[in-house]
Write a protein that binds this ligand. Structure first.
Ligand SMILES: Cc1cc2nc3c(=O)[nH]c(=O)nc-3n(C[C@H](O)[C@H](O)[C@H](O)COP(=O)(O)OP(=O)(O)OC[C@H]3O[C@@H](n4cnc5c(N)ncnc54)[C@H](O)[C@@H]3O)c2cc1C
Length: 378
């Protein structure tokens, strides 16, 4: 039987980043992936590295994670397509623009650089936008990248420093100190970390993770030229509702001259087929902001399942009922962004070191209580 300090289950961007971080701590690590590295939700993600300020815990983790990505940026291979393009949050009316001042204050308090653009500055920055927008918030340090290749980069770097990768090997069961692979092989592990994204509850029943389906579309070359990741401020209203399907304008410039267009959200939907009605809603919304899309051909359309928790924050830390099991899952629509911070946070906990941010808001114990122990009667 092979034995490791830590076995990570799931080679998405979260598991791969964690493998890299733990090898850096000098631990012996195995990363087990049922398919290939990055083939799960990571392959379906948009790759927007975005500081989000819905609540303090989300902002702390996303801002820290974006900063960690920036530190890594110079060492990333070109194939990761990291592009520090920043985000423009577009205000369609004065009410949306007024809401920007609260966001500016939040971001500044977290050390995130922002700039408010009036309409003239916005159209100078992005001439392809439809007329009538009143301004925008620029979040300077946000970036974009190609998620599956970023995951592969982490996994290969971990492997080069001694980690064992087991790809094409499905984990069948988790037991105290043991990871059982399909076929019966067993890996002994001092610690097991479950990073299987939306599939995590299959290996640990009771985890509060449900799928939130999303559609994306990539255009052919020749799309309207945009320079930032563009998101409508209305996205904030639509992205976080838990009931009902929603769409919002979200466009990403690719280094290839294509545009990646999102996004839709369907809470609780776990099927992967492309739905024409959702796609049509998404494209109509995109055309409102980028009229130059009319007549442009789509190259590919796909869907993915975001692993959503009830409060939108990931589960990072020990399972309160299973001292041998750690969780790094439930990243919903921000797992590409927060892979760096999540990996650091879990690695810090595993080696017993304080993190740069407070780990408590992400502790699985907020949903999973320790099993009641029998009370000894005198
Ligand atoms: C349409 C869409 C757009 C998105 N856009 C963005 C974005 O712009 N920015 C952002 O930050 N995030 C975005 N996300 C979210 C992001 O993609 C996810 O949060 C992230 O990919 C989750 O990574 P993960 O490693 O936890 O899960 P996954 O990538 O799903 O990895 C889990 C891995 O575990 C493996 N696995 C499962 N079961 C087993 C088993 N039994 N044995 C072994 N291996 C197993 C799977 O094969 C998989 O590879 C988007 C998601 C979608 C769907």
């Amino acid at each position: 039987m092979s034995a490791f300090d830590c076995v990570i289950v799931g080679g998405g961007i979260v598991g791969a980043a964690l493998a890299d971080a733990l090898v850096g701590e000098g631990l012996s690590v195995a990363l087990v992936e049922a398919r290939s590295i990055g083939a799960g939700t990571t392959a379906c993600g948009m790759g927007h590295l975005v500081a989000m300020d819905d609540n303090a815990a989300e902002l702390a983790l996303t801002a820290w994670s974006v900063a960690l990505w920036r530190e890594l940026a110079d060492g990333l291979p070109r194939t990761v397509e990291y592009d520090a393009c920043g985000t423009l949050w577009l205000a369609a009316d004065d009410e949306e623009l007024a809401a920007v001042s609260a966001k500016v204050a939040n971001y500044r308090a977290a050390g995130v650089r922002t700039e408010v653009l009036d309409a003239a500055a916005l159209y100078e920055a992005e001439p392809a936008l439809a007329p009538g927008l009143v301004g925008a918030l620029r979040v300077t340090d946000d970036a974009v990248l190609y998620p599956p290749v970023a995951a592969l980069h982490f996994a290969r770097r971990a492997q080069a420093r001694g980690a064992r990768l087991w790809c094409g090997r499905r984990v069948q069961a988790l037991r105290p100190g043991e990871v059982v692979l399909e076929g019966g092989e067993v890996l002994a592990a001092g610690r097991i970390v479950l990073a299987a994204g939306v599939a995590s509850p299959a290996l640990c029943p009771g985890l509060p993770i449900t799928p939130r389906k999303g559609h994306l579309l990539i255009t052919r070359r020749g799309a309207p030229v945009v320079h930032h990741q563009l998101v409508e401020l209305g996205y904030l209203k639509s992205a976080h509702g838990t009931d009902g399907a929603s769409v919002a304008f979200n466009a990403q410039p690719r280094v290839t001259g294509q545009l990646l267009l999102g996004s839709s959200r369907q809470p609780g939907v776990g099927t992967r087929e492309v739905e024409a009605e959702m796609l049509e809603r998404m494209l109509k919304r995109a055309a409102v902001f980028l009229p130059g899309l009319d007549g442009l051909q789509a190259l590919r359309v796909w869907t993915g399942l975001r692993p959503a928790t009830p409060d939108g924050l990931p589960l990072l830390g020990p399972h309160p009922e299973k001292p041998w099991l750690w969780l790094a899952c439930g990243h919903e629509g921000l797992g590409i962004t927060t892979a760096t911070g999540s990996a650091r946070l879990v690695a810090d906990q595993l080696v017993g070191r304080a993190s740069a941010i407070d780990a408590r808001p992400y502790a699985p114990a907020r949903f999973l209580t320790a099993a009641p122990r029998e009370v000894a009667h005198a």
